[in-house]
Design a binder for this molecule. Structure first.
Ligand code: ADP
Length: 268
């Protein structure tokens, strides 16, 4: 059996997806990017292959994507995150959601991608200038509230009444605002819900730049946060589809493109 790897070297996490000859996901791995992307990406790929019992010769084509993709010299090819995300989203949602709009929130950026019915990217918009509305903001909020980022969803659903308004549009000022809200005896649950609604509003503004078309799909690490998902759905007034493994879909797209590139080269 031959295998194909997609490596998404993100600002926060390295994601690896391996697919087999049938484009079926054989395994995936998420590890921290840290300061030495290249070294950690190589290490994570090696560990992934060991876990799957796949030898290096059977891994015939590797595609790198994400923020640090150009540093991964071992890759046979590197592609943009937008292309990989679109491809991975279509594969992850196959038969479940006919995707027209992708929302991706990463560690340090957020994106909205508009698709036609055939995996063609029609338009995209990106925020990589401002931390508010990114995973980093959620990490800082969780740290200030002394909870884990994967607990934010749970806290959100325990909030009672109207979520608190977080008015600051800058992550740095929002952090001070949150500390102020804590000092005024607001509950952690209500603050978390307020933060999720403030991110939801920002994301919707970004999505409006490409047009909100139904078949709305959301991925990236923050899509694991059910509270944020619910806030976006409520603000949009529409349901959104979350894949089974939302953090790895860009790497899955890169792995599928690795499969396609390999096939093309062999036919040529
Ligand atoms: P990037 O590709 O830019 O590295 P990711 O898509 O991997 O970003 O998302 C990283 C972010 O996902 C983290 O900053 C964190 O806020 C969020 N995240 C990661 N795991 C979880 C989880 N289990 N629950 C909620 N949020 C999470």
């Amino acid at each position: 059996m031959r295998y194909f790897a997609g490596i998404d070297i993100g600002s926060t996490a390295i994601k690896i997806a391996i697919v087999d000859e049938n484009k079926k996901l054989s395994g995936h791995k998420i590890s921290a990017s840290g300061s030495m992307f290249y070294k950690y990406a190589k290490q994570a790929l090696k560990e992934m292959l060991n876990e799957l019992g796949v030898d290096e010769e059977s891994l015939v084509y590797t595609v790198a994507t994400g923020y640090g993709r150009k540093l991964f010299k071992e890759a046979d090819e590197n592609i943009s995150e937008i292309t990989a995300n679109a491809m991975g989203a279509m594969a992850a949602a196959e038969g479940k959601c006919d995707i027209r709009t992708i929302i991706n929130i990463g560690g340090q950026d957020s994106k909205a991608i508009s698709l036609d019915g055939e995996v063609h990217v029609v338009n995209f918009a990106m925020n990589d200038r401002c931390a508010a509305g990114t995973g980093k903001f959620l990490d800082v909020v969780a740290m200030n509230l002394e909870i884990e980022v994967d607990e934010l969803g749970e806290y959100h659903f325990k909030s009672k009444g109207t979520p608190l308004a977080i008015n600051s549009t800058c992550a740095v000022f929002a952090e001070s605002e949150i500390i102020g809200l804590l000092g005024n005896d607001n509950s952690v649950e209500d603050i978390v819900a307020g933060v999720h609604y403030s991110i939801a509003k920002r994301i919707i503004k970004l999505v409006k730049r490409v047009g909100i078309k139904e078949g709305i799909y959301f991925d990236g690490g923050p899509a694991l946060n059910g509270g944020l998902v619910s806030a976006i759905e409520n603000e949009l007034g529409k349901r959104i589809f979350i894949p089974e493994f939302p953090q790895i879909t860009t790497s899955l797209g890169a792995a599928i493109l690795a499969h396609e590139s390999y096939g093309y080269e062999n036919r040529a």
